[in-house]
Each structure stands twice: as structure tokens, then as C-alpha cells.
Design a protein around this ligand. Sequence first.
Ligand SMILES: Cc1cc2nc3c(=O)[nH]c(=O)nc-3n(C[C@H](O)[C@H](O)[C@H](O)COP(=O)(O)OP(=O)(O)OC[C@H]3O[C@@H](n4cnc5c(N)ncnc54)[C@H](O)[C@@H]3O)c2cc1C
Length: 424
Amino acid sequence: MTEQRVQQRNWAGNFGYRAERIAHPRTVAELQELVAGARTIRALGSRHSFNDIADTSGTRAALNLLDPAITVDAENLNVTVSGGTRYGTLAAELQRQGFALHNLASLPHISVAGAVATATHGSGDGNGNLATAVAGLELVTADGGILTARRGETTDFDGMVVGLGALGIVSSVTLDIEPAFHVAQHVFEDLDWERVLENFDDVTSSAYSVSLFTDWSGSTVGQAWLKGRVSDPGVVAGRRDFFGGTPALSARHPLPGVSGSNCTEQLGVPGPWSDRLAHFRMEFTPSKGDELQSEYLVPREHAVDAIRTLRKLSGVLTPLLLVSEIRTIAADRLWLSPNYGRDGIGLHFTWRQDQPAVEAVLPLLEAELAPFAARPHWGKLFDGGTAAVGPLYPRFDDFRALAGRLDPAGKFRNRFLDYAVFGS
Ligand SMILES: Cc1cc2nc3c(=O)[nH]c(=O)nc-3n(C[C@H](O)[C@H](O)[C@H](O)COP(=O)(O)OP(=O)(O)OC[C@H]3O[C@@H](n4cnc5c(N)ncnc54)[C@H](O)[C@@H]3O)c2cc1C
């Protein structure tokens, strides 16, 4: 095991971890020993969260030196990977073996365990977030023991998956897989906002995964990214008009002025799911880098009203924004998933890196979205604490009780959890 005392920042650089030290266990046994001997400890994924969710006052356990240990069970259609494995590594290996995950986030750089812990999602009316693919977990618990849980075998499983790092350190995770499939990606530009809102269900169901990019100003939606499974009936290929939008003639990046070559292949060229479902390529910096992010998950029935509300706030939002993205996510049963019990949309904000200005606007944004029962993304910037967040989750108290049972001394607690989950 290697240990360092360096101060480290998150990927966006807006947060400096306060942890005393960082340890890199090379085996699960080393991880168990580390956890057992720690006063306070947190798992660190690939550092792509924008808040202090991954921080601790004690030891950060980085799992990037664990063997990825990608084991495919072709008969039962699942794959098991170690806690530090990144989606990009996993996706390439699954594709090589002829298998696929149901979806990916916008970037493949993130760790599976870290993404699952915060209910990270991609898009698609029928696609649950990435945590919904979890069929099993192996967790190093506060006493250094190993707890294994499989979907359907324990009543607490649905509470353990989106665990916010509060229940233990995931040493391995088993995910559902399916036969590999091909995807073609089309980008349309300048869709008519009113037509999009009047036909919202038709827009979001027009491909396996649909993303809309906007800065909320003006009368058009900047871009629509449509990722269609090649085997599905093609509803967009060859279309010259998509709700008033026209096909992009070269590769696009969601951010104005950034090269489309950083992005997964577009222009309808079919290719493996592993090279199309994310927006950004593994070998490039995803998004911009110099940015902040927030996101709110809103039930499907409020989608159009919530979008209309944000359009009216353009005067406040647009000057602070690089871009916003609207995606759809299917309902699930994971207790702390922002998609718990409801199909919904994600209203995402990629902000300019001006933290005081962003923090000043978040209370207003949350007040405007409150009538729509908007749940904040756990890994991005938000304002409301436990009193605001808790009532949005029917199983919130069950999660707190589960955390209390698995971690009675609060070894995995941190400032983030105290503020957003365990506050009064
Ligand atoms: C450019 C960019 C694009 C993004 N795009 C999307 C997107 O498309 N969709 C979306 O939903 N989100 C998106 N995000 C947010 C991101 O997916 C989440 O913040 C995610 O949690 C990051 O994973 P990570 O591995 O970096 O986790 P970290 O930020 O390192 O940690 C997040 C949490 O996971 C816990 N954790 C990590 N590993 C383990 C483990 N082994 N066991 C237990 N707990 C663990 C940590 O303790 C912490 O609580 C994006 C972020 C960036 C920077």
C-alpha cells in the first residue's frame, strides 16, 4: 500500500480535499486493514464530483491501484469489476468480449463505484441511471469486514446501491450486461423551443438516448444529440428537419467554440455502444474542465413546466452558463436515487467557474424548481441541506437507519453527509 500526504483537488479544481492523507491499497485485504484501522475514512473515486461528497477529515482511500479484475459471466449476463475501475476501461473490455452496458454518462472517465454511489445517469426514456445496472455489491464495512449483497436477496439492497460512500467502501460491483449493440449518433441544431415543448414526448422518444443542449436564451434549442440503436427502427436517420432543427454538417461539441473532435463520433456513422453512448472520448478532457456543474431531477409530468420556468430565468442563468443539458431517465427503486419512484428529466447546468456567483444563484434556482419536487444530483453543486432534501425521498429515514447500523461510529461520515443527509 502506498500513502501520500499531498493535498489534492477534485477534477474541476474548485474543491481542495481536507483529508489528512491518501492511501492506495493494492488488494482488498489491504483495503480491509486500512478501513479497520482508520478513525475516519472515505473512498475516493476519480474525483469528478463538484462538491465535498468524497472528502473526509481522515484518510481518503483511492482504489485506482486495485486490479480492475473485469470478470464477465456470459451465462448470467453480468460483469464484476473492482471498486476503482473506470467506465472507459470496462466499456472497452466488454465491447471486446461482445457485451454492453445499457447506458453511459456523458464521460467514460469516471469510476463505476463513484458514479453508482451518486446515481450518475445518461439519457433515454427507457434507461434507468447507471446504478440501476447494479446486480451485486461487495462492501468493506466499518470494522474491516466484507459484506456482500445481491439484488433481490436482501431487503436493504435497494438502499445500499446509491450509498453516497456512507455505508462502506465498495471493493467490487457486479453490473447487468447485454449483447453488444451498435449506435448511430445524429446532432441537430437550432430546434424550435415551442415545437419541442409542444411535442416533448415525441422529441425524447425519438432515439434510444436524447440530449438537448441550451443556454435558455432565445427561441431555439442549440443542439439535440440523438443516439439511436442501429437495430431499432430509424426515426431520425435521413431527417432534414427535427422539430425545426437542421442536421449538423460536421462533428459538434456541446460547448460553443470547442472542437467536436473531443466528442464521440457523430454524423450518423454507426459504431459500438462503447464509442457512442458517452458524449466525450476517453482520450480527451471531457466537457471544458474549467467549469462547475449542478443538476436537478424533476418528475416527467412537470418536465415542460419546469423547462418553461427556467426559460423565464434566462436573464439570471445565461450569463453564468457554459451550457445546460436536458436528459430523460427512467424510474427506479433505489432509495437515494433522484429517480426513485418516478420517470423524470435531468436539468443540468455546466456553469462558468465562478463559485461565488454560482452559489448565489442556486437558492433562487432551487426555490423556482421546488414546486416540481426537484431532487439535486448528489455529485454536483446544490444549496439545500437535509431539511430541503430529506422530504423529497420516501426512503430517506430508512437510509439513515441503514447507515447507522452499518457505520455506528460514523467512520464514513463527512461534512457533506452531515449537511445534506444527517442534519436535522
Ligand atoms: C465533466 C463531467 C461530466 C459529468 N457528466 C455526468 C453525467 O453525464 N451524468 C451524471 O449523472 N453525472 C455526471 N457527472 C458527475 C459525476 O458522474 C459524479 O460526480 C460521479 O460521482 C463521479 O464519479 P467519481 O468516480 O469521480 O466519484 P468521486 O467524485 O471521486 O466520489 C463520489 C462519491 O462516490 C463515493 N465513492 C467513490 N468510490 C467509492 C467506492 N469504491 N465505494 C464507496 N463509495 C465510493 C465517494 O466517497 C463519494 O461519496 C459529470 C462530472 C464531470 C466532471
